[in-house]
Design a protein around this ligand. Structure first.
Ligand SMILES: Cc1ncc(COP(=O)(O)O)c(C=O)c1O
Length: 313
């Protein structure tokens, strides 16, 4: 079956779906997106994702006629028409096409499109035996709380990770260096920022998040995650915090120093697609015993149960 897509409310074949070359998402990255996991035909946390994109549109002054109900309806219609049960939904809402000027056009005709594809496979064992990550400079602008399509810096972090054969790039700010890298090679083809460091070393900087995931560290059974400032406050991050509370675990939102990554007992990532993913190696350093720790495993199990109960409803 050919792929279907919702464009501005109509379901069309992907071959017939057109977005203008003058769309401001294309010209300026002036748009927002969401990724939603479809489990057994159920769009998990759909309302939360829709609310985040509509809140983002409000924050950016993108004028549109969509409501939570109409976006949710379009998303559910697309799932029903495609019949995809295990999928990854992508929603993009941009300020739409306009003559190319930096300032916002007075009359906006926003573009919304939604796609649903089979879910991309996660590397085998990533959730059971854990994954490896590499650290890199966080070169993003300051509005990371909005899920915009300005993703070049995130792409660089993922590219660096891929070139080093690991899953995720962990982004650090406040690094002790005079100049940031200026080419892809300078950014990617160097080891992680912590590769030469030893536990106890006074490494500069703090960690924000992964290129497409939030970060948690666990030390002496206390969980910490960077505060919702200069990061994307993920839907999965919020659920992980809720689950930690339910499990009676001590969890806080606070700045996480880069050097804490060298001494953490457990580290894990959270994201819609990766769910709760243990990190067992950072820049070549083993995290804890180099295997998923008990708190990560507990939260991952609870997350699986949360998904299962949402799907059954
Ligand atoms: C930079 C960044 N942080 C965190 C996340 C995780 O967010 P969520 O749990 O809502 O998928 C994502 C997801 O795409 C992301 O791009």
């Amino acid at each position: 079956m050919s792929q279907l897509v919702v464009v501005d409310g109509d379901i069309v074949d992907v071959e017939e779906a057109h977005v203008s070359v003058l769309d401001r998402a294309n010209l300026f990255g002036d748009g927002l997106y969401e990724v939603i996991r479809c489990y057994s035909g159920c769009l998990f946390e759909l309302a939360t994702h829709v609310s985040r994109i509509l809140e983002g549109a409000k924050a950016l002054g993108i004028l549109h006629d969509w409501t939570s109900e109409s976006v949710e309806l379009a998303a559910r219609r697309l799932q029903a028409e495609t019949g995809i049960m295990e999928g990854e939904m992508y929603i993009q809402l941009s300020r739409g096409p306009a003559v190319r000027t930096h300032y916002f056009p007075k009359i906006q005709s926003p573009t919304m499109f939604i796609t649903l594809s089979p879910v991309r496979p996660i590397p085998e064992g990533a959730r059971t035996v854990g994954t490896s990550v590499i650290t890199c400079p966080d070169m993003r602008h300051g509005w990371c709380h909005l899920k915009t399509v300005n993703l070049l810096s995130n792409c660089l972090a993922k590219e660096k990770a891929a070139r080093h054969g690991v899953w995720e790039g962990l982004m650090l700010r406040g690094l002790d260096r005079s100049a940031l890298p200026r080419t892809v090679e300078e950014y990617c083809d160097v080891p992680g920022e912590l590769s030469g460091a030893r536990p106890g070393d006074d490494v500069a900087g703090w960690v924000t998040e992964g290129a497409s995931a939030n970060l948690f560290v666990v030390k002496d059974r206390r969980i910490a995650t960077p505060p919702a400032c200069n990061i994307l406050p993920g839907v999965t991050r919020r659920i992980a915090l809720e689950l930690a509370e339910l499990a009676g675990l001590d969890a806080e939102e606070r700045p996480v120093a880069a050097k804490e990554l060298l001494t953490a007992d457990e580290v894990f990532l959270t994201s819609t697609i990766g769910e709760i993913m243990p990190v067992v190696n950072i820049d070549g350093h083993l995290v804890g015993a180099g295997e998923p720790g008990p708190i990560t495993k507990r939260l991952a199990e609870m997350y699986t149960d949360r998904v299962a109960s949402a799907v059954c409803q």
